[in-house]
Write a protein that binds this ligand. Sequence first.
Ligand code: ARG
Length: 458
Amino acid sequence: MSKDKLWGGRFTQPTDRFVEEFTASIDFDKRLYHQDIRGSIAHARMLGKQGIIAMADAESIIDGLQDILARIEAGKFDFSVSLEDIHMNIEARLSDAIGDAGKRLHTGRSRNDQVALDIRLYLRDEIVEISAYLDRLVDSLLFQAEQNLEVIMPGYTHLQIAQPILFSHHMLAYVEMFKRDQGRMGDCLKRLNLLPLGAGALAGTTFPIDREYLAEILDFSDVTRNSLDSVSDRDFALEFLAASSIVMMHLSRFSEELILWSTSEFGFIELSDAFCTGSSIMPQKKNPDVPELVRGKTGRVYGNLVALLTVMKSLPLAYNKDMQEDKEPLFDTIDTLKGSLKIFADMVREMKVRAEAMRTAANRGFSTATDVADYLVRKGLPFRDAHEVVGKAVRFCIEHRKDLPEMSLAEWQSFSAMIGGDIFDEITLEASVNARRATGGTAPERVMAEIKRLKSGR
Ligand code: ARG
């Protein structure tokens, strides 16, 4: 019946049962209970301090809310669909428990600024946690980089062997990506960390509230500046979903490499049994399910971003019920992202690196052809001419089924008289990586310096 609704006054007929279920958000927004209670306690304290409600009422509201919090955490709270969402479930229970004081809590506030506050509080905590998960993954990558400093692998472009690189250098490429992801999460946090409470339904409130005080006790860096924007803004959620999509894009690229590397064709790594599954029919199989699933879950995180962008598109100011659709994409992204990061941190730390297989592959595919060209440049040949000379040598090798290190001096000299006996030392895998010493290069001294820098947190 409309009678038990907190907004039932102007209604004469009860809500249709199915409409009630269809419009309710309690099934998913009950996740916000902690933030909702935290926000309401702050609001009550502010109302009391400002003399908008009696101090005694504020105190009994705070006690009542703490009691509700304990009940929810003990699993002793019945959430009701007819009370629509977490805000009204808690408020109704409070009024049942403490009477009139409870009915004063919503003074100078609307669910519109309340829900904006709750989501910001929730996301703020989650971003801190996600950043810690990113740290753990970075630690695992640094661990592998340090454990395998001697390991040389082929670097690829177009998935064709390009030039030799340190395996550690490859790991550090991902460290750069996840560090940028952390930066993006941090940027999102800066714009998110503003207090929207006090915007009321959309226009502000007639009561003498103190928003700066609310911001202070709720740990916000400042208050939002426009009441309409405060209740209709979900940019912070979109920024979070966009930043999360980029993290997942990085994880999916990494997944793809781990999947390739663990094939028998590559054999560069072996994932721990704990992160793989077998086949119900083929006894020999050990499938890289975890990276495959993370690669697949990237799709749902992108989908969540597009879902919320589409919900927000064309919405007139200020609050619209459409915006209730912000929560599921957000929660699903948080769960997916945290799960993926957590499992990756452990899986990467435990993977076995097959140095010999990487080395064998790095020795194929004419991976040091660029080094021969650079060698000729140092002897005075213009780079374009050097490129041509080495191109011809490669063609010769293909025709004679050999790779560059197997060529004799006489064969080399048939392509250029400038080539001397020192060529053999120039085209080893070690010489190739050692030579790339500029900042950002794959030379071991560079990579070690980067590991040191990253470990010292700079
Ligand atoms: N459950 C709503 C949501 O999640 C809370 C805000 C409702 N405000 C309103 N005027 N109906 O968006």
